[in-house]
Design a protein around this ligand. Structure first.
Ligand SMILES: [Zn+2]
Length: 223
């Protein structure tokens, strides 16, 4: 496929974003283009080969390391943040084999609501996503305390299982988030963008802590 003026080799998508069944979709169309940030890209249209589905979908490819690489399916919705790996890997209980944690699922639904101008729903959604992130992360690090964490209020989980700056930021995010869910708003001066920025900050800090823990555990003194 062409990206810019070069014809690159590429791997066709092997899963359908509608039915999530692995198959060999057939290519209907592809065209070089540029992404919203100016990155040279190629957009292709495919048809799912699963007979129960047969739906069309759109894939975005960009050049990486001399090849055209699949970036994501385009569904007309805003792109979510780039999830740090430990956040992307986080699993939720009862998520029915879903690929994403409840945090990511709820965050993306809130983003979708926000893109439709549904700011009240989006605010409550972001608040809910923080709760999933805080509890699932605490459970991942303290699996033996699962039952305890599940039955505590969000504020209690933050106090008991988080510390330092992260705890302070989590508390502030939940204050703003709670406000989004209540009739009389106390924090009028902070809007959804601030709440999202706090969530971004929380993800960076969880990623940092996860990496430090990993390297401290895996690199041992040779003396
Ligand atoms: Zn399909």
């Amino acid at each position: 496929m062409y990206i810019g003026n070069t014809n690159y080799s590429f791997q066709p998508p092997n899963i359908c974003p509608h039915c999530h069944v692995t198959n060999k979709p057939s290519e209907k169309y592809n065209e070089r283009t540029v992404d919203t940030d100016g990155t040279p890209s190629n957009i292709s249209i495919w048809q799912c080969a699963n007979h129960k589905c047969n739906k069309l979908f759109v894939a975005l490819y960009q050049m990486k390391g001399g090849k055209a690489v699949w970036i994501r399916f385009l569904n007309g919705l805003p792109k979510g943040p780039d999830w740090p790996k430990p956040i992307a890997d986080l699993k939720s209980d009862n998520s029915d084999g879903a690929e994403n944690s409840k945090f990511i699922k709820t965050y993306l639904q809130s983003l979708e609501a926000e893109s439709y101008g549904l700011d009240e729903l989006a605010g409550m959604g972001y608040r809910k996503s923080i709760e999933y992130l805080v509890k699932d992360w605490a459970i991942q690090n303290n699996p033996e305390k699962k039952a305890d964490i599940e039955k505590l209020w969000l504020g209690q989980v933050i106090k008991k299982y988080y510390s330092g700056d992260l705890k302070d930021i989590l508390e502030r995010a939940t204050w703003l988030g709670n406000d989004q869910a209540h009739y009389n708003r106390l924090f009028e001066e902070f809007d959804i963008d601030v709440l999202k920025e706090l969530i971004a900050l929380i993800m960076v800090e969880l990623d940092r802590q996860h990496k430090m823990k990993h390297y401290i555990e895996t690199i041992q003194s040779k003396k």
